[in-house]
Design a protein around this ligand. Structure first.
Ligand code: DUT
Length: 179
């Protein structure tokens, strides 16, 4: 089951859902529109290494916006902190943004129950596209869960701003367990 707009609003008011900042005009019939935050990061190495941290360069989107280039992966973030200890959040693009050829996530729309923070957006344009900080870029849906809840304690908890891949932490952890 998916939360309807009025139920999203009710859940924010009674604390089952945390969206900060929250405004009623971002509520959709069955999702909440999230806005693009001002910070983008891009990887600087030509070849990325899944087993190591990869260096990044930061760009702050100015008042005139910033043109995203195809063949580049931009990690952006939501302005809002969104999370719930009750519901399962799923992030998608907005249709109007998809119609401009922009993907806002790559194969990983699922949020964990218990994750709280700004969401990292994986922005990949299909052609050059000027984006603006504060634009309503994506939407998050909330699913009712069933079964006991084991809250998220993962690598991206309490994220502020775009988070580069911490996959390397999985590898470090595996090596520590193996040794
Ligand atoms: O596009 C997305 C998808 C998810 N998240 C957040 C919410 C989610 O709860 C958290 C972790 O996502 P996931 O479980 O897919 O990451 P992981 O690579 O499995 O890391 P972990 O081991 O921390 O779970 O990242 C984002 O910021 N952006």
């Amino acid at each position: 089951m998916i939360l309807t707009g009025p139920e999203i609003e009710a859940a924010v008011h009674d604390g089952r859902l945390r969206i900060a900042p929250f405004t009623a005009d971002q509520v959709n019939p069955n999702s909440y529109n999230v806005r693009l935050g001002p910070t983008l990061i891009t990887y600087t190495d030509e070849v990325l290494d899944a087993h190591r941290p990869n260096p990044t360069r930061e760009t702050i989107i100015g008042p005139g916006g910033h043109v995203l280039q195809p063949d580049e992966l931009y990690l952006g973030h939501t302005l809002e902190e969104v999370g719930s200890d009750t519901f399962v959040p799923l992030l998608f693009g907005r249709s109007s943004v998809g119609r401009l050829g922009l993907f806002v996530e790559i194969t990983a729309p699922i949020g964990d129950i218990g994750f709280h923070g700004q969401w990292t957006l994986m922005l990949t344009p299909t052609r050059p596209l000027r984006v603006y900080a504060g634009m309503k870029i994506g939407q998050i849906m909330f699913f009712v869960s069933t079964g006991p809840i084991d809250l998220y304690r993962g690598k991206y908890q309490a994220a502020t701003g775009p988070q580069s891949s911490a996959y390397w932490r999985d590898v470090t952890k595996l090596r520590a367990v193996a040794s």
